[in-house]
Write a protein that binds this ligand. Structure first.
Ligand code: OGA
Ligand code: MN
Length: 268
């Protein structure tokens, strides 16, 4: 067993330097740690794309983007043609919440870091849910939330043009329970930028509740801020770990390589 230690009291594990990330026993240990701690950090992993893909494949099936398993998180449109949409990463979110089966986990490796800013923040909605007062947990128990790409983009462009709206709406929307009850008994809140409204509640009350839950979930004690160093590998459980990029200059060379693991639990 390789040594691990807590990243913060409420979340995360750090895997000791020098671990062989392609060792299957270590990967199973990482999967188990991820389940209970939400975020896993390996400093100095320095994986190239091939090794990152090999590591990720052991975790599950990999999502492909334009034929590649590696997605470059960069705000430079010559590196990533979807750079514009990546500005959405500056708001707290879970990935893929407009799909029936949201992705299971995301792996990022740091290839270039920003000179200033550009950290990534994580917040556990498992811990946030567990620590909600009993009355709030009961109130949230059977609520349902509509998620859409449009809701996330509206945070960036509050007054969209017809053309923007039409493009966003091609992505569809998805209704999901507010509290995700997992097969293994764990529970997390499904909130963040894609959460448009709660079904059957007045719009103003719905917005107020979603905002209150997000503020609750992202308070210091449920949160970890990662300052990237080149070579870092960070992986998180996307079914209960909200995340966002901290501001950085779009012309900086910050470049993270992402692999995305297909989900195995339906959210309906
Ligand atoms: C992502 C993401 C955050 C970051 O790739 O899904 O949210 O800090 N990235 O770039
Ligand atoms: Mn993301």
């Amino acid at each position: 067993m390789i040594e691990t230690r807590a990243l913060t009291p409420s979340m995360g594990v750090v895997v000791a330097d020098g671990a062989d990330l392609l060792d299957e026993a270590l990967i199973s240990q990482c999967v188990e740690a991820l389940k209970w701690r939400g975020v896993l950090l390996v400093r100095g992993a320095h994986l190239d794309d091939e090794r990152q893909l090999a590591f990720s494949r052991v975790l599950g099936e990999i999502v492909t983007f334009r034929g590649s398993g590696i997605f470059e998180v960069s705000l430079d449109p010559s590196v990533n043609p979807a750079a514009e949409y990546l500005k959405g990463t500056f708001h707290w979110h879970l990935d893929g919440m407009t799909d029936d089966t949201p992705i299971k986990a995301t792996v990022l490796t740091a290839r270039h870091v920003a000179m200033l800013g550009g950290g990534t923040e994580f917040a556990s909605t498992y811990a946030a849910y567990e620590n909600l007062p009993e009355t709030d947990r009961e109130f949230c128990e059977n609520l349902r939330v509509v998620h859409s790409f449009e809701a996330a983009q509206r945070l960036l462009y509050p007054e969209p043009t017809e053309k923007q709206l039409a493009a966003w709406r091609t992505q569809g929307s998805h209704e999901a329970p507010l509290v995700w009850k997992r097969r293994d008994g764990r529970r997390s809140l499904v909130i963040g930028a894609t959460a448009d409204h709660i079904v059957g509640i007045e719009p103003a009350d719905s917005r107020a509740l979603l905002d209150r839950l997000l503020t609750w979930s992202t308070q210091d004690r449920f949160r970890y801020t990662h300052d990237w160093q080149i070579g870092d590998l960070v992986m998180w459980d996307n079914t209960g770990i909200l995340h966002r990029a901290l501001p950085y200059d779009p012309s900086s060379e910050r470049n993270l390589h992402r692999t995305t693991i297909v989900g195995d639990e339906v959210l309906v």
